[in-house]
Write a protein that binds this ligand. Structure first.
Ligand code: FMN
Length: 185
């Protein structure tokens, strides 16, 4: 697939087929992620790969419990109360991209992870997978002990929770506004 088709065709996917993602494909995703540039070439990202649906469901439940402690519009609050997996959408693969907690490097670490995440999403799209960034799951950082249970050390922070699977929906490409503040010639 041409890079341009990949960049413009990728959309967030929230419905998946009941089909696992092969190990070789997961390896390709991670390879794409770690090929991203990073500040001082620090490559701060660490990954937890979760293919076990029970574990993904447990994390979904934990995320909803944390979210329900916050202030949300009624419709979101209702969805967080439901038994449905409104967090990871029943995806068969969850990858948690984490970094060691180092306050002075946090901004750079965030940027590094964002770049790596987009590499992974584009590679996923090229491989015929659907994907979505799940920022709601970042609220799990409020419970480091629960994250530790799935392998995120307590001195690490979860930055990019990402879901993947073979898509059961194909959102159409969108057009995007380009907001230029100034263009000096
Ligand atoms: C940092 C970040 C956090 C996001 N968090 C969520 C989320 O928690 N749940 C969700 O369904 N989508 C989430 N998304 C997906 C966005 O809603 C989506 O990227 C946006 O609507 C644009 O749509 P597109 O990805 O199809 O182009 C997140 C995206 C980003 C970049």
């Amino acid at each position: 697939m041409e890079l341009d088709d990949c960049i413009k065709g990728r959309r967030s996917v929230r419905r998946f087929e009941d089909k696992p993602v092969p190990k070789e494909v997961v390896d390709e995703l991670l390879e794409a992620g770690v090929s991203a540039p990073s500040g001082m070439n620090a490559k701060p990202w660490r990954f937890v790969v979760i293919e076990n649906r029970d574990v993904i469901q447990r994390l979904s439940k934990m995320t909803k419990e944390v979210l329900l402690k916050g202030q949300w519009p009624d419709n979101l609050k209702e969805s967080f109360k439901s038994e449905r997996d409104v967090i990871f959408y029943g995806a068969p693969l969850l990858i948690l991209m984490c970094v060691p907690k180092k306050d002075e490097w946090r901004t750079i670490n965030l940027l590094d992870c964002g770049l790596a995440a987009e590499n992974i999403f584009l590679k996923a799209y090229q491989e015929g997978l659907g994907s979505c960034f799940i920022g709601f799951a970042n609220f799990l950082n409020q419970n480091p002990k629960q994250l530790a249970e799935v392998g995120v050390p307590e001195d690490h922070e979860l930055i990019a929770p990402m879901i993947f699977g073979y898509p059961a929906e194909k959102p159409a490409p969108k057009s995007h506004e380009i907001k230029i503040l100034n263009w000096i010639k």
